[in-house]
Design a protein around this ligand. Structure first.
Ligand SMILES: [Zn+2]
Length: 219
């Protein structure tokens, strides 16, 4: 299996880039955040219960819990050839574990991509985000608006703000990102796997730069 890792503060555009890579390059997007929110919405999920206190504060999951989730996702996607990971690894210990695991299992980590956007741009993007309260389909008032205002195209559910997008939790997530995730890109860069991109560029431009980076060995 081949992996791409996406890093970026909340609102940096990881979801949009994932969708482009899925459409054009057959990378299956795997978002740990989406899965965690899904599990938390299911009262019978023990994982959701254990994750809730951290998510409620806008904190990262502890490494052990994040690893448990990743192991579960990888088992589910075992048939896929290429995955783009949004949300794991996102600390240096998780990165170390991930690369060791790839080596043991014969998987390949292609690159770790960081989308950089100024904080005020990220916050502005987040304010435009909505999610369906029933099927959790994501929307963006400007870039992916629903056909009818406030109503999900897929299931007719009511659109709402994402639970973790309120300003207090968002500030915490941005802070955790700076502390814990920013060092991870440097760590990957030391291993010649790190690529930093300007998240304000159009997704197609980002994709082209990424593809050029991935083909660097063949030059
Ligand atoms: Zn829906």
């Amino acid at each position: 299996m081949e992996f791409l890792i996406l890093l970026g503060a909340p609102g940096a555009g990881k979801g949009t880039l994932s969708r482009v890579l899925q459409k054009q390059d057959h990378f299956l997007p795997v978002s740990t955040g989406e899965r965690i929110r899904h599990e938390m919405a299911d009262p019978s999920s023990s994982f959701g219960l254990r994750a809730k206190p951290y998510m409620d504060r806008g904190d990262y999951l502890p490494d052990a819990l994040a690893l448990e989730l990743f192991a579960q996702l990888v088992t589910e996607y075992a048939e896929a050839d290429r995955l783009v990971l949004d949300g794991y690894p996102r600390t240096v210990p998780q990165g170390e574990h991930f690369l060791n695991w790839c080596q043991e299992q014969g998987h390949r980590c292609l690159a770790c991509v960081r989308l950089e956007v100024p904080v005020e741009d990220a916050v502005a993007r987040i304010e435009q985000r909505r999610v369906c309260s029933q099927c959790r389909a994501p929307y963006h008032l400007q870039n992916r608006p629903p056909k009818l205002p406030g109503i999900c195209d897929l299931c007719g559910g009511r659109l709402m703000l994402r639970e973790d997008d309120d300003s207090e939790r968002l500030q915490r997530r941005l802070q955790r990102y700076e502390e814990l995730t920013r060092p991870l890109l440097d760590w990957f860069a030391e291993r010649d796997l790190g690529l930093s991109l300007d998240g304000n560029q159009p997704p197609e431009t980002l994709r082209e730069t990424l593809m050029a980076f991935l083909s660097r060995e063949k030059l």
